[in-house]
Design a protein around this ligand. Structure first.
Ligand SMILES: [Fe+2]
Ligand SMILES: [Fe+2]
Length: 184
């Protein structure tokens, strides 16, 4: 499992500088900001790690940049969540698997939420299935990790601030590595 954490930190070291098209931050900055937001709100270590790693699927994907800009949904939540399932418990992997569903749930149930979405989040929404039906909403919210997925989603939407500078890449990767080790 230590090797898996090494692989994750190397992935962010190598590909974390990739820019998130449509957003003003890199993948690593987005991960770090989401991690900080979750920590500030007193999330458990595992939910903090899920917040850091929720978009790891984008880094695992062979596609460059942000796929939604050319009309393609890479299903990054499944790629990332399934990857994390092999290493960590459901408390880490499930909110990651569910963070796109959480967006669809919030868009459907919270009128103010849609207004607050970033250009990329709006562009990807239709590709990801758009609004949920009443049945889909009920099914989603009955899941034991729905509350965590919604919390993660709200940090996800806030963690795209180009004015919020992170410490050095080494410090950020170290913080991520220590947190991941704590969550094994
Ligand atoms: Fe995502
Ligand atoms: Fe994200």
């Amino acid at each position: 499992m230590e090797t898996s954490i090494l692989k994750i930190s190397e992935l962010y070291r190598d590909k974390g500088d990739l820019h998130y098209d449509g957003e003003g931050v890199s993948q690593l900055a987005h991960a770090w900001q989401c991690g900080q937001l979750s920590k500030k709100e007193g999330a458990s270590s595992k939910l903090q790690l899920a917040s850091w790693l929720h978009d790891i699927g984008h880094l695992l994907s062979k596609k460059e940049g942000t796929p939604t800009t050319y009309g393609y949904d890479d299903r990054h939540e499944l790629m990332g969540g399934n990857y994390l399932t092999q290493i960590f418990s459901g408390e880490v992997a499930q909110p990651v698997l569910m963070h796109v569903l959480a967006k669809r749930y919030l868009v459907t149930t919270d009128p103010e939420y849609r207004q607050s979405l970033s250009p990329d989040a709006i562009r990807s929404l239709a590709l990801q299935g758009g609004d949920m039906s009443k049945e889909e909403c009920e099914l989603f919210i009955s899941h034991s990790f729905a509350v965590d997925a919604i919390a993660l989603r709200r940090w996800d939407d806030l963690g795209k601030n180009p004015q919020w500078n992170m410490p050095s890449k080494d410090e950020v990767i170290n913080e991520l590595t220590h947190l991941a080790e704590e969550c094994l």
